[in-house]
Design a protein around this ligand. Sequence first.
Ligand code: PMV
Length: 329
Amino acid sequence: MGKYAVASAPGKVILFGEHFVVRGSKSIASAISLRVRVRVERASGDRISVYSERAGVRGDYIGLPDLRASSAKLEPLLGLLGYLREKHGLNPYPARISVESDLPIGAGLGSSAAFAVAFALAYSKLGGLDLTREELVEAGYASERIAHGRPSGIDNTIAVYGGGLLYKRGEKPRRIRIRLPKGFVLVVADSGIPRSTRTVVERVLDRADRLGSISSLIYRAADELADLALEALERGDAGLLGELMDVNQGLLYAMGASSAGLESLLYAARHAGAIGAKLTGAGWGGSVIALAPAASSERVVRALLRAGAREARVVDLGGAGAMLEDCVL
Ligand code: PMV
């Protein structure tokens, strides 16, 4: 049988603090029960070819040994392969990569980081390299930097460790247990509105620069809000948690990360019974999250779909991080 390795990694939601985290505020993120699974198979020839139904990639490739991507979609992998070669002496070898994803692509749920981390784990294993979790985080970041410009590092960290994270730039991420208040669930909806994380992040940072001390206050509010949210999570205080989601959304709106399309989804969720709702990830488009009593979760899901969401469902929080699922070496 041919040699292969299969690895998977989870997507994530940012519960509090996206954007603000880029300039040092705290953020709370959680893995979700939607994963990306990557199978890496040894091949002959001079390329790493990639197949992903969900991403519309059918045989695009990275040429070896010079590392050139046949399409822009694969460019992030160049950073990752460069990292493996320079830091770990792993020379890129020809392979066939197939990807299965529960996650919508480019919807703010961390699909690119989950793919990068699962790829890094399977490809390095098959190449005879055992990476530590910290090294996997670095490998994921090498890819995310090309995909997103100046990422905070949340997505690749959560894809490696799973669970929940309190994240602050420059500090060791603190792993936290995320449990929603009893009787409540988190609904995630993909707006279907495309956007580029890199562009939204740049626009928000431009506004932050223009606003000067006003934005410092907003960023500080976001930082303190994350502390309160952590306490609300620990205490199981659903009312406060929902309210803080709404306030966090207000701060994101103030920084220009929302859009009419997202706002109408958030109002639809609240009208259907959600006690708090916000965008998650970069904003403009991508996904929204809503905290809902379990008894009204179906109503919230239906309301989001009626309001134009492409997908909406209840997700579990906190699952496992990156793992090797199978390999024949
Ligand atoms: O939309 P996503 O999943 O790429 O998340 C972006 C999160 C930001 O905080 C806006 C940027 C970052 O690097 O953390």
